[in-house]
Design a protein around this ligand. Structure first.
Ligand code: ADP
Length: 397
């Protein structure tokens, strides 16, 4: 008996996936902006997408290419993605600009997360593998590169981020420009020239015990509120510490922030790797892209330089290979990682050991995958500045 092949997507399915590809300068997805000009799908699963750029040399081209290819490829029936590039004519450009200006005026964003923020959700199949430690250390490593990094602790009742960063002050609410209702202001901590902006239910409740009261609250609702009711302001990255093993929050994120990329944390143990595959599978089902795998608690090296693989070897690489993602790095077991979490001074801020080095390398890899917001200006944003101020008639959806 031959195995049944997964059906290729319909063009409408592909168009839906393309709605996750955002032109951050124009503030909308490429479908509604009219940049996606046509989709064809062959019986063998080859998807061809027509994309028209506002101008040929648009610096966002590489990002749009990467986003289109990886978003469409999340559908299991897709075997290959091809892009037919085109350039808009003057009329089409004018129409896109009109739409962008209307968007800017009308659409208060569904979330308060700026469109040019790279969103990374840190997930694991089960608790205790070091997901929160990875989140805070990575956030601090990114911030120490001079970036502004948000941390959303979505581990609603298992929160540990406030303690790990020594940031437990109550969140304040303020009326900010552009909103009538008060918004929560994230707690801030400077790291070198960069900045961490952090929210957690641990900053809303009196102590870790009170968090039990939140059990009745739907997880997704709480995360939704953090995305909508927190005034994040400028952000280069938003790191979301996901609750372990639950699909609900992932599905909610996929709906609210479909551009979220997932980083999956596992330990080298085979059992952990098997559980982590579930998180990857959930990502696939909610069409979230996987940015890579981090193996935590890799070999422990004693003071004589002997390496002990206490939790086995190979789990991270096996998982990465199995789900077709990159192994971003392997964090060794180091007592400084644990004591840094307890004292609120992550090793990437305070320490110089090997774990800190690996975290910094991973941060650099992530930065190199991301187009910096200040380099985007050049095509659409500059055009937006030069177009006439009159809004013109409202474009039809
Ligand atoms: P999770 O968020 O997956 O539940 P945590 O980040 O809370 O896991 O980590 C669980 C425990 O393991 C914590 O006590 C933490 O300090 C410790 N830990 C995490 N990573 C390492 C590491 N690389 N070396 C030593 N201890 C670690």
């Amino acid at each position: 008996m031959t195995a049944r092949r997964v059906q290729p997507p319909t063009p409408a399915d592909v168009t839906n996936l393309l709605r996750a590809v955002i032109d951050p300068e124009l503030g909308d997805n490429i479908v509604d902006l009219g940049m996606a000009t046509g989709v064809t799908v062959s019986d063998a699963g080859l998807v061809t997408v027509g994309i028209k750029l506002t101008i040929k040399g648009c610096p966002l081209r590489a990002q749009i290419k990467n986003d289109v290819e990886s978003r469409v490829a999340t559908h299991p029936g897709v075997t290959k993605v091809k892009i037919d590039w085109g350039e808009m004519n003057a009329d089409e450009r004018a129409a896109v600009m009109t739409r962008a200006r209307w968007n800017a005026k009308e659409n208060a964003p569904a979330t308060q997360v700026p469109l040019n923020t790279r969103v990374l959700a840190i997930a694991s199949g089960k608790g205790g593998v070091g997901k929160s430690s990875v989140t805070v250390n990575l956030a601090a490593a990114l911030a120490s590169q001079g970036l502004t990094v948000g941390v959303l602790d979505a581990d609603i009742w298992g929160f540990s981020v406030p303690r790990m960063l020594k940031m437990s002050d109550r969140l304040e609410a303020k009326v900010v420009e552009g909103s009538e209702k008060p918004k929560m202001i994230p707690n801030q901590r400077a790291v070198g020239k960069g900045l961490l902006k952090v929210v957690s239910t641990g900053m809303l409740v009196e102590d870790e015990g009170t968090a039990l009261m939140w059990r009745g609250l739907m997880l997704t609702k709480a995360v939704e509120q953090f995305l909508k009711d927190v005034h994040w302001g400028d952000l280069d990255f938003l790191l979301i510490d996901m609750p372990p093993g639950t699909g609900d929050v992932q599905m909610g994120l996929a709906r609210m922030l479909p551009r979220t990329d997932l980083i999956i944390v596992t330990t080298p143990a085979v059992s952990a790797q098997k559980v982590a595959i579930r998180a990857a599978d959930m990502a696939r089902r909610s069409f979230l892209r996987i940015a890579g795998v981090i193996e935590n608690m890799s070999a422990f090296t004693c003071e004589h330089g002997t390496s002990y693989p206490l939790f086995g070897t190979g789990g991270g690489q096996n998982l990465a290979t199995e789900i077709g993602a990159e192994l971003l790095g392997q964090i060794p077991i180091e007592s400084d990682v644990a004591s840094g979490s307890d004292s609120g001074e992550p090793v990437t801020i305070a320490g110089g050991g090997q774990a800190a080095e690996v975290f910094r390398d991973i941060a650099k890899k992530i930065i190199s995958q991301t187009v910096p917001a200040n380099e985007m200006a050049g095509c659409s944003a500059r055009m937006l500045e030069t177009v006439t101020l009159s809004l013109g008639p409202k474009p039809a959806k």
